[in-house]
Every structure is written in structure tokens, then in C-alpha cells.
Design a protein around this ligand. Structure first.
Ligand code: GRF
Length: 205
């Protein structure tokens, strides 16, 4: 795959969120600390949510998509023309047209080891199911729900005394740690695709 990085020009990313926005904030912090070499062009949200408060505090430009969010998103992405679209708790299924247009340029993070527990409430579902190991998955977005080619996964063991709240905390900790690192690798273009297997040139973590 070709690198989207051009010498001296930081890659431009657009983040999409619908909720708390803690991953968005972790990405902003990684950019500011130099861990992630990119410019956050815009936070786009589809509803009123706490991510907006974070964007205001962090002084990152943000916009709420208009009512027909898909049309509005399609238009804004064309105008902003980012190198990468980063889904960070965006609670919508992207229309096939957008997925096709931005193929290999949309990433998502999911709080389970896919293909286990896709969809909403994944942490709770894994906990209630009684799995002993769970984790996070970062993947390219395709037309399905959490079905795109997997870029990175990190597993954690659920200790027997952990509550659901503790598991949520531990999951978010690793999300915040690894999402910026994976975004950096994707932007550097140091990966290849074989079938649906994403091969990173170098391991992460
Ligand atoms: C994260 O757990 C992410 O994996 C999932 O939605 C959650 C978003 O959390 N897709 P936040 O809004 O970034 O705090």
C-alpha cells in the first residue's frame, strides 16, 4: 500500500464520534505529544454528545452533521478530503457508497476481540457471556457491522474479581494506548493486504 504521508506534510484526519469521546481525546493528546504525526482536521458528530465538550476544551474544530447525517457526511468528507477517517464510537452504519469511496481510508475501534461480540454493548456482552479473555480490535471499515479486515487486536485476561466497570476501564485504557499507534502505522502505509489479512510491516506492542 502506498504511504499517504508526504514529506513535511502532516496527514489530515477526520474523527467521527457519537458519544463520550474518550478515544477522540486520546488521539488529540497523541497528536499533541508528537506520538501521532497528523493534523486533526475536524471532529464530526451525528448528535449532541460529550465528545463536543471535549472538542471545545481541546480547541479542535467540530461540527454536528445535519439531520440526514449520511448525506451531510458524504458532502463534508468530499470537502475536507482527509487522508484517514477515524471512527471513535460513531454509532451509525456507514452507507455502502461512503465505504466504497473511502475504501482503506476508514478505520474503526471495537471493544471486543472480533468476530466475537460485534455490535453494541460488546464489553457487557463479553462479560456476561463469561469469557476469560477479551480485548480490542482495530479494523478497516467495510459494509458490514464490525466485519472489516482486522489491523490490530490486543487481548486482556478478565481476572476473577473484576466487575463489569473494572473491565470497561481496562478496555478503554488499552483503546487509548493503541488506537493512536495503529492510526500512525496506517498513515505511514506500512501495511499490505492479502485477501482480508492485513499485514503490518512491523508489530505493534
Ligand atoms: C469505545 O469502546 C469504542 O471501542 C467503541 O465505542 C466506544 C467509544 O468510546 N466503538 P468513547 O466515546 O471514545 O469514549
Amino acid at each position: 500500500m502506498c504511504s499517504v504521508l508526504q514529506r513535511g506534510v502532516p496527514s489530515r484526519i477526520v474523527v467521527l464520534a457519537s458519544g463520550n469521546g474518550s478515544n477522540f481525546e486520546a488521539i488529540v493528546n497523541a497528536v499533541r505529544s508528537g506520538e501521532l504525526s497528523a493534523k486533526i482536521e475536524m471532529l464530526l458528530v451525528d448528535r449532541d454528545c460529550y465528545a463536543i465538550e471535549r472538542a471545545k476544551r481541546l480547541k479542535v474544530p467540530w461540527e454536528k452533521l445535519e439531520k440526514s447525517w449520511a448525506e451531510s457526511l458524504k458532502k463534508r468528507l468530499e470537502e475536507l478530503n482527509p487522508d484517514l477517517v477515524v471512527l471513535a464510537g460513531f454509532m451509525r452504519i456507514l452507507p455502502a457508497e461512503i465505504v466504497e469511496r473511502w475504501k482503506w481510508k476508514i478505520v474503526n475501534i471495537h471493544p471486543s476481540l472480533l468476530p466475537a461480540f460485534p455490535g453494541t454493548h460488546a464489553i457487557e456482552k463479553a462479560y456476561e457471556y463469561g469469557v476469560k479473555v477479551t480485548g480490542i480490535t482495530i479494523h478497516f471499515v467495510d459494509e458490514g457491522v464490525d466485519t472489516g479486515p482486522i489491523i490490530f487486536q490486543k487481548a486482556i485476561e478478565i481476572k476473577k474479581d473484576w466487575t463489569l466497570e473494572r473491565l470497561e476501564e481496562e478496555i478503554h485504557k488499552i483503546e487509548h494506548q493503541y488506537y493512536p499507534l495503529v492510526i500512525q502505522k496506517v498513515l505511514e502505509g506500512r501495511w499490505n493486504i492479502e485477501g482480508r489479512r492485513v499485514i503490518l510491516e512491523e508489530d505493534i506492542g
